[in-house]
Structure formats: structure tokens, C-alpha cells
Design a protein around this ligand. Structure first.
Ligand SMILES: Cc1ncc(COP(=O)(O)O)c(C=O)c1O
Ligand SMILES: [Zn+2]
Length: 377
């Protein structure tokens, strides 16, 4: 049955209820019977809506889209070892968050909601603002005041109301909470429709590898929107009998803010409270991930692990990617640093996929600073 279901009290709700969390306060998951009619999929345009029967939206006319997705999957050489990389920095707003935003804002339109609020470290805010503009939905975006100026400009350019909140990412999350009691919360961490957009990365990888799953998938992780998305996506393909196994999922965190990696390493049931330090990888600097337990479980169930990367590793990965012709923002380079850590342990036959998640043009100030520094790694 297609429904929203509370992860705490197990109460079920129709997909047409205007709720983003359970009245008991619990997180909602979305149960959806996806199907994958291959001939239809192949005949459609190369964008993520080609997996239409796997996306929980009732009516076509509600689709809010720039025909995004089906990004190239390119083989990239890492010191003699080939890794397949999804080019998700090439989305209309410059990050993979468009996957979640196109599905969530389509659902918002279907629900007849005229205004939404969202909080973000930057990129999800850009995506929600852009798709809000496309769908005629008013958006109010809360971000930490220290977010890269390129992302702030982008959010404002889309016509969103920008709220700059002093302090940490968690202070921003607290600030949006009041607003979310009155307007619909188009949250990329709470709202389950977002994850049913990010899951399309799994479908695309499966199709681009000739309808096969890779052995290993390595993604940056903060709130886990991409990590949980691929876990849901490959889970649906497994359930449909289209793949034999879910890939090993490897989450990459900044060593300066790594609550998920610590919970995994120490076998903790709850996400520990940590003191985050500033990091270049602003997109994954999430000290209190709301779906933390789910993320750690998804990694564990897949037989994967977490890696943590230091600032110097991020910088050198960023420079290296640039020298290969890929201009990435530092958060995206954290995954590249993770690839360098992982490869020496990988099996020579292993098919490895990773993702370039965000474009370098979003973080010009940081790039100038990094490029001006002497190289230490
Ligand atoms: C470029 C980039 N990569 C990766 C991530 C990680 O996403 P998540 O916090 O959902 O795990 C983000 C999140 O903002 C991002 O902006
Ligand atoms: Zn509940």
C-alpha cells in the first residue's frame, strides 16, 4: 500500500495529507510500490522522470521540472584505478539536491500548498528556491549566515525570501522550527518526498551500468539525503527482482564533524552529541542529523562503512579534481578524498561508483583561498 508511515508509532497516513511529520513528533517514511517498465523507461527523455512509475506523484500536470537528471556517469582515473562518477554537479542549480527538489516541489504543488519554508547549509535551499520559482510556490529559506556567498546570491536570485541565521547549522534548524509550525516544511531531512527524488540516482546508475548495480557506492554524508536515497532506490530495485544485491554504501564525513562515523565505529544506538569544528565541507557539517539512526543502519545493512577525511585531504582532492577538468565545491571534494582513502582497500575487480555532488562555481571565495595556499599534501 502507498502511504506515509511514522517511524516511531507506526501510524499510517495517506500520501495526500499535508503533513511532514507524525502528530506524535516522529519522522515519516514513505512506502511506495514502485515499478520499472523497461521499454517505457527507455523510450522516455533522458531525465530522472523517466522512472515515472517509481515516483510517488499522482498527476502528470503537477510535475515541477527543468527536465533534470540522467547526469553522465563517467569513468575517472584515480592513479591508475577507474571509478565511475555521476556528474551531479551539472544539475540546473549546481548540485544533486535538484533530484529531491523536483519531486518534493511537485508534491507540494499536488497538495495545493502555496508557500513553504526550508533550512539548509546552502545547496538544498538553492534547489528548493529554484523549483519553487518554477512551480509558482513561495519559498522562505533559512541558512547559516556564514554560508558561501555564491549560494546566498543564488537563493535570492530565484526570488526566495532569504533568512540568514547567525551561528551554527543547528541554530538555523532551530530558527526554522517556529516557521514550520505555520507553513509547510519542505525540509530535505524531515520530508520523505525529498528522498524519493534522491533515490533516482540509484536508478540512473543501474541503467547506465547496463541494468546492473555496482559493488560499492561512495557518497558524502551529512543529513544523508543522498545516502538514504540510494539505499531506498537500490532497495526498490532489489524488491522488484532487478538486482541481486544492494551495493556496499560508504558514507564520507568530514573528520571535523563526524557523528555518524562515530556512531557506526562505536556501535552506538543513538547519534552521539559532538562538538563540531568549522570545515571547508560545509554541506556535510551536520552535527545533529535528524535521520542519523536510519543512515547508520542503511550503511550497516549494506555491508558498508564510514570514512572521515581531514581538511588537507579535501584540499588536495579539490586540486586534483580540478587538474582533471572537474570544478567541484569543497563538500563534493570530500567524497573524492574518500575515494583516495578507499581505493587501496578495494578489490581489483570491484565496480565502484561515486558522485560529484556540487559545482565549484558555488564556492568561489573558498576556492580562491585554497588555490592561494601553499600545498602541504
Ligand atoms: C555538495 C554537497 N554534497 C553532499 C551533501 C550531503 O548531503 P546530505 O547532508 O544530505 O548528506 C551536501 C548537502 O548539503 C552538499 O551540498
Ligand atoms: Zn507517530
Amino acid at each position: 500500500m502507498n502511504r506515509l508511515v511514522c517511524t516511531e508509532c507506526r501510524q499510517g497516513f495517506s500520501l495526500d495529507e499535508k503533513i511532514w511529520r507524525c502528530p506524535c513528533g516522529g519522522l515519516l517514511d514513505l512506502e511506495f510500490q514502485s515499478s520499472f517498465p523497461l521499454e517505457k523507461i527507455k523510450a522516455r527523455k533522458p531525465n530522472l522522470w523517466r522512472y515515472r512509475e517509481a515516483i510517488p506523484l499522482s498527476r502528470e500536470e503537477n510535475i515541477v521540472s527543468f527536465e533534470e537528471g540522467y547526469t553522465p556517469l563517467l569513468p575517472v582515473d584515480f592513479e591508475g584505478r577507474m571509478v565511475w562518477i555521476k556528474q551531479d554537479h551539472l544539475f540546473p542549480t549546481g548540485s544533486y539536491k535538484d533530484r529531491g527538489a523536483t519531486v518534493l516541489l511537485s508534491k507540494v504543488k499536488e497538495l495545493g500548498i502555496a508557500r513553504v519554508v526550508e533550512d539548509s547549509s546552502g545547496n538544498a535551499g538553492c534547489a528548493i528556491a529554484a523549483y519553487g520559482a518554477r512551480g509558482g510556490i513561495h519559498t522562505e529559506i533559512y541558512v547559516p549566515a556564514g554560508t558561501s556567498p555564491g549560494k546566498l546570491a543564488q537563493i535570492e536570485a530565484y526570488g526566495a525570501v532569504l533568512k540568514k541565521i547567525p551561528g551554527s547549522r543547528e541554530d538555523t534548524a532551530r530558527a526554522v522550527w517556529d516557521a514550520a509550525q505555520k507553513d509547510y516544511y519542505a525540509s530535505h531531512s524531515w520530508n520523505p518526498f525529498f528522498f524519493h527524488g534522491t533515490k533516482t540516482l540509484a536508478f540512473e546508475v543501474w541503467e547506465q551500468l547496463g541494468w546492473n548495480a555496482p559493488d560499492t557506492l561512495l557518497v558524502p554524508a551529512g543529513n544523508g539525503t543522498l545516502l538514504l536515497g540510494v539505499s531506498i532506490g537500490f532497495g526498490e530495485l532489489l524488491e522488484a527482482g532487478l538486482i541481486r544485491e544492494i551495493p556496499r554504501i560508504i558514507g564520507v564525513q568530514s573528520a571535523r564533524c563526524a557523528p555518524l562515523a562515530r556512531a557506526f565505529r562505536e556501535g552506538l544506538k543513538e547519534i552521539p552529541s559532538i562538538q563540531p569544528l568549522d570545515t571547508l565541507a560545509e554541506g556535510i557539517a551536520i552535527a545533529e542529523p535528524v535521520r542519523g539512526r536510519q543512515i547508520v543502519e542503511a550503511v550497516k545493512d549494506s555491508g558498508g562503512t564510514f570514512l572521515t577525511v581531514q581538511e588537507e585531504e579535501v584540499k588536495s582532492a579539490l586540486r586534483l579534481a580540478g587538474q582533471k577538468g572537474y570544478y567541484l565545491e569543497p563538500t563534493a571534494a570530500a567524497a573524492v578524498a574518500g575515494i583516495f582513502q578507499y581505493l587501496p582497500k578495494a578489490d581489483p575487480e570491484e565496480t565502484i561508483v561515486s558522485v560529484f555532488t556540487g559545482h565549484g562555481l558555488k564556492a568561489t571565495e573558498k576556492m580562491l583561498k585554497i588555490l592561494g595556499e601553499p600545498k602541504t599534501v
